[in-house]
Design a binder for this molecule. Structure first.
Ligand SMILES: Nc1ncnc2c1ncn2[C@@H]1O[C@H](COP(=O)(O)OP(=O)(O)O)[C@@H](O)[C@H]1O
Ligand SMILES: [Mg+2]
Length: 255
């Protein structure tokens, strides 16, 4: 095990009424690595993301980012602390171009949410535009710079969303089922994109059902079932774990 933890869950408990969704959850996301969070539907994976982004507050336990308790950081401030999230339904502004969407991200980093949508300022900022185009070129998407986001295939929008997170200065990017709905070519392009992010030192936390994808991208795998961590290690290690086989991979193999 190498790397210092960028993110740490310490004995986190979360319940909705009587339903215990996360139970004494402990795990680390090491800096610069891709950590995969896997488990059956309803295991609590998306809830973990919601806790990190501040949508839910745990009843007990701590979530530390770089050693700092996130309870002290308001949800809206978390992006400024380098936490970015890529949603299953990409949340880009469909009527704006790819470049404009990226420039909004840069604007958030620089000026916060104040006068967020001041299109003339965005358009006038040539440095931001250049940075946005450079970032697109790095992942082979520069041809789409001026295309309205709404007209692009889902796989491309997904990647533009990742470029947005990177330009906004994310150090931790959370992806919830990024390969869902992508064809094999798009999945491969996404994987290469994530590898580039990792090469730049960006830490990834990925929820994904596609085990082949997990196998290619992840350095470490954490398995949840009913809100508890039942195993962690390499994918090969967790696959051998009896509780994992019973709870999760067993379902897949039986199918
Ligand atoms: N806001 C909520 N209120 C009540 N129950 C919730 C809420 N969010 C999630 N849950 C429940 O928490 C459990 C874990 O959900 P979730 O984290 O979405 O699972 P996963 O992403 O692993 O499929 C499920 O039983 C789900 O119904
Ligand atoms: Mg989920």
């Amino acid at each position: 095990m190498t790397g210092t933890p960028l993110l740490r869950f310490e004995d986190v408990h979360l319940a909705f009424g009587g339903l215990r969704v996360l139970q004494s959850l402990d795990f680390d996301v090491r800096a610069g690595e891709a950590t995969a969070l896997i488990g059956p539907n309803g295991a609590g994976k998306t809830t973990v993301f919601n806790v990190i982004s501040g949508v839910y507050r745990p009843q007990s336990g701590r979530v530390l980012l770089d050693g700092r308790d996130l309870a002290a950081v308001a949800p809206r401030q978390r992006i400024r602390h380098g936490i970015a999230r890529s949603f299953q339904n990409v949340r880009l502004m469909a009527h704006l171009s790819v470049c404009e969407n990226l420039m909004v991200g840069q604007h958030v980093k620089t000026n916060g949410l104040r006068d967020l949508l001041a299109p003339f300022r965005l358009m006038g900022n040539h440095r931001w535009r250049r940075e946005a185009i450079d970032a697109l070129a790095e992942v082979g998407l520069e041809a789409h710079a001026d295309a309205p986001v709404g007209g692009l295939p889902y796989g491309i929008r997904k990647q533009v969303d990742l470029v947005r997170a990177t330009l906004a200065g994310a150090s931790l990017v959370m992806l919830d089922e990024p390969a869902a709905g992508l064809n094999p070519t798009e999945t491969n392009a996404l994987r290469l994109h994530l590898e580039r992010l990792k090469a730049r030192g960006i830490t990834l936390l990925v929820v994904e059902h596609d085990m082949h994808f997990i196998d290619r991208i992840s350095d470490h795998v954490v398995v949840l079932n009913f809100g508890r961590k039942i195993a962690e290690g390499s994918l090969a290690e967790v696959r051998r774990h009896p509780e994992v086989r019973a709870a999760y991979l067993g379902i897949e193999e039986a199918a």
